[in-house]
Design a protein around this ligand. Structure first.
Ligand SMILES: Nc1nc2c(c(=O)[nH]1)N[C@H]1C(S)=C(S)[C@@H](COP(=O)(O)OP(=O)(O)OC[C@H]3O[C@@H](n4cnc5c(=O)[nH]c(N)nc54)[C@H](O)[C@@H]3O)O[C@H]1N2
Ligand SMILES: Nc1nc2c(c(=O)[nH]1)N[C@H]1C(S)=C(S)[C@@H](COP(=O)(O)OP(=O)(O)OC[C@H]3O[C@@H](n4cnc5c(=O)[nH]c(N)nc54)[C@H](O)[C@@H]3O)O[C@H]1N2
Ligand code: SF4
Ligand SMILES: [Mo]
Length: 700
């Protein structure tokens, strides 16, 4: 049996570790870490090692399926694509291009995502294109665009090792960006000071020099408080402020109101610890600031990001090695899906969709009219569907029924559509609700590029052929474009041709090509005439908007707070061993045995007060829905706070979560709502919420 080996990139998180895929007999038989990879240097986390299970399983979709009388039947590609095309054309003709849209995948390649936004804008003539960044780092893209002019991680992962202070706010990197988490641990052992700001006692928090265990949803109060302390002690970087920033006086006056005493009451953090943190961060030679979902997933998400940016700018902790504002982008290619323009308001490389010049540039290059009206976000499309104004949606590589907030509302929106097409690796909960399901090739079955969280564009290579009739996402869209009457528009033969087209239409990628990516182990954008070898560190002399903007922001309450009916704070988070909706990691018996299905973490004191035994079943309810699950005693949460991972379709925490939104980005408040818990009889197992194939909830 012949064995082959190709280099690729781990398909899970945004760290972008290097892997070799070993294949024989058209099966991935092993994964090997790459010792020369610039980031992972021979290391992988448990998910990376388990990659083959995620794609080699019996539940892979292999043929197009169409629902007839509530049951899926196998159909030919020709039949499926012409059915989709006919329907989309009819909706556009009857209800306009605003009635159709596309949700692309931060798990798929840049080439797939470039094709997706081109399909939306040039074929469907709509800007209704979005993806999971909406509910992930959209506040980062919007917030940092305002303050710096660019919404990406400013520095490189390696800079963790060059910092003398590391400040982690609302992120849990040992679980979620494990190789970065390891680098933080290593830096700490070397002597760097570590500050963690998190309402839960995460693994990093346990070893940190300072853990500011703030009350959930009080980031702005805390950050403004730190700024007040910094100004009061004269710890700000006056030289940097004078040279590089605008608005310092107004910010100083604004934060004067956030006294240590007041901030201590709002956040529950000891005043002396606030002063220690302010001193450590501001006085560091190089302070690396990383943040995650504990900043973005709030109705105040964009303002939270602005507060983070204010802190870094005032202290001059940006534009040098070992410093920076570093949003830990989540999915393996979420940076890329944003860069490729899979957002309603921007074309590739963040060229504004509202700008007539940008539209004519793309219209000329693509030789067709492009969308004119502003587009809807993913939750906007679902909202319009519930109101009868949205008819046809294509989703590839997302499982919103499990991962979007307020599951009942999401399902209502999807049911209200006339046509739902899901392009997937396996029959997810969302796919079960679709009219048509198309089988997609996984990362191991195609060539292309992923962009990791440090803006590094890296090549992946084909190790095996797609199972059955499965096809690459960009090829599916290209064939659908032909069916829709655009035979030449997306008529690429290779993924390299897609990449080259994209590079020609952007500045940040204009110096990239597949051969150059291969030679360099990937390149970090911007990579153009000015920076032919890419950019490790952004903003070293100036910001894209000139001076950095300091913008005063106010502490606000979260949309829901506990009351007599729903007396507990409820938050959702991730577990190291599972990923997103679980459709890939839960195929691994090794990962699956690590954690029981569905868990609600509760402080032992709360459990005692309720008379609950460890692992007893409970019903958790919020104003929007309820789920049954098991409790697990944990000191990670404080009394009054419950936390739950969102990976388990049997106990989907998103039945409970709140879709109240950040007004700037429509980011829902996934990190907090109010719930109640009622014990199930001691020996009664929780009921599962898995959908039947017809898409309705069944108890098992
Ligand atoms: N194992 C695993 N890894 C993953 C993923 C996965 O599903 N599984 N998903 C990937 C994706 S898509 C993403 S976006 C990243 C996300 O990675 P993270 O940003 O680390 O994600 P979370 O665990 O959701 O939340 C981070 C932290 O925010 C804290 N938090 C909650 N409320 C607040 C608050 O008010 N203030 C502060 N300061 N903190 C708060 C939580 O307690 C939690 O520790 O992970 C990526 N990596
Ligand atoms: N309660 C709660 N909910 C959350 C969050 C939270 O913190 N709390 N976090 C949110 C965040 S940050 C995110 S990013 C979202 C993630 O939400 P999703 O994007 O829905 O989650 P994933 O599990 O990554 O789903 C990706 C799907 O893509 C498929 N896939 C993988 N590769 C390919 C490919 O090449 N082509 C195609 N067509 N399909 C592919 C996989 O099979 C999988 O089913 O969840 C959000 N939901
Ligand atoms: S840290 Fe992320 S990219 Fe690296 S192996 Fe783990 S999941 Fe994959
Ligand atoms: Mo994410």
């Amino acid at each position: 049996m012949s064995q082959t080996q190709v280099n690729s990139i781990c398909p899970f998180c945004g760290v972008g570790c290097g892997i070799a895929l070993v294949a024989s007999d058209n099966n991935i038989t092993a994964v090997q870490p790459l010792s020369k990879h610039p980031i992972s240097q021979g290391k992988l986390c448990a998910k990376g090692w388990n990659t083959p299970f995620g794609i080699n399983h019996h539940d892979r979709l292999t043929q197009p399926l169409m629902k007839v009388d509530g049951e899926f039947r196998v159909v030919s590609w020709k039949h499926a694509l012409s059915h989709i095309a006919e329907n989309l054309k009819q909706f556009i003709c009857e209800s306009g291009p605003q009635s159709v849209g596309l949700i692309s995948s931060a798990r798929a390649t840049n080439e797939d995502n470039y094709a997706a936004q081109k399909f939306a804008r040039a074929v469907l003539k709509t800007n209704n294109i979005d993806h999971c960044a909406r509910i992930c780092h959209s506040p980062t893209v919007a917030g940092l665009k305002k303050t710096l002019g660019s919404g990406a991680m400013t520095n490189s992962i390696d800079d963790v090792g060059k910092a003398d202070v590391i400040l982690v706010i609302g992120a849990d990197p040992t679980e979620n960006h494990a190789i970065i988490g390891g680098k933080i641990m290593k830096a700490k052992l070397r002597g760097a000071k570590l500050i963690v700001v998190d309402p839960r006692q995460t693994r990093l928090a346990k070893v940190a020099d300072l853990h500011l265990q703030l009350n959930i949803g009080t980031n702005i109060a805390l950050l403004n408080g730190l700024l007040n302390i910094i100004f009061a002690h004269g710890w700000q970087n006056d030289e940097f402020i004078a040279r590089r920033c605008e608005g310092a006086d107004a910010l100083k006056a604004h934060v004067a109101d956030y006294t240590v005493e007041k901030v201590s009451v709002i956040t529950g953090v000891d005043g002396a610890d606030l002063v220690k943190a302010a001193k450590l961060y501001s006085q560091a030679n190089a302070a690396f600031l990383a943040y995650g979902m504990g900043i973005t997933q709030f109705v105040s998400g964009t303002n939270n990001v602005i507060a983070v940016s204010n802190l870094a700018l005032i202290c001059g902790q940006i534009g040098r090695e070992g410093t920076g504002i570093n949003p830990l982008r989540g999915q393996n290619n979420v940076q890329g899906a944003c860069d490729m323009g899979c957002l309603p308001n921007v074309y590739p490389d963040y060229q504004s969709a509202n700008d007539e010049q940008v539209r004519s540039k793309f219209s000329r290059a693509w030789q067709t009219e492009v969308a004119r009206l502003p587009g809807l976000t993913s939750l906007g499309m679902s909202h319009q569907a519930r109101h009868g104004n949205f008819r046809g949606l294509l989703i590839f590589g997302e499982d919103p029924v499990v991962t979007d907030p307020d599951r009942n509302k999401v399902a209502q929106g999807l049911r209200a559509m006339d046509l739902l097409v899901v392009i997937e690796l396996s029959m997810t909960e969302t796919a079960k609700m679709a009219d048509i399901v198309l089988p997609a090739a996984s990362f191991a079955e195609k060539r292309g590029t992923f962009t990791n969280c440090e803006r590094r564009v890296q090549l992946i290579h084909k190790a095996v052929s797609p199972p059955g009739e499965a096809k690459i996402d960009w090829q599916i869209l290209s064939e659908l474009a032909k069916e829709m009457g655009f035979p030449e528009l997306m008529n690429w033969q290779t993924s390299e041709q897609v990449f080259d087209e994209m590079c020609k239409l952007t500045d940040s990628f204009s110096g990239m090509s597949y051969p150059r990516l291969k030679q360099n182990n990937g390149l970090q954008w911007p990579c153009n005439n000015e920076y032919p070898d890419g950019s490790r560190c952004l903003h070293s002399t100036t910001f894209p908007i000139g001076k950095g903007k300091l913008i005063p922001v106010y502490h606000v309450l979260t949309d829901e707070v506990p009351d007599a009916e729903y007396p507990y704070w409820f938050t959702t988070m991730r577990l190291h061993f599972h990923y997103g909706c679980g459709s890939m990691t839960r195929q691994s018996p090794l990962l699956e045995r690590e954690t029981p299905i569905g868990l609600l973490f509760i402080h032992p004191q709360d459990a005692l007060d309720l008379g609950l035994k460890n692992h007893q079943g409970v019903t958790v309810s919020s104003r929007r829905g309820c789920v049954e699950t098991r409790i697990e005693f944990s000191n990670q949460v404080s009394p009054g706070l419950l936390s739950m991972p969102y990976h388990f379709k049997e106990a989907p925490s998103n039945f409970l979560t709140n879709d109240a939104m950040d007004p700037i980005t429509e980011m829902p408040e996934l990190k907090v709502c109010a719930v109640n818990i009622i014990p199930l009889p001691e020996n009664q197992p929780p009921r599962s919420s898995v959908l039947s194939d017809a898409g309705s909830r069944v108890s098992q």
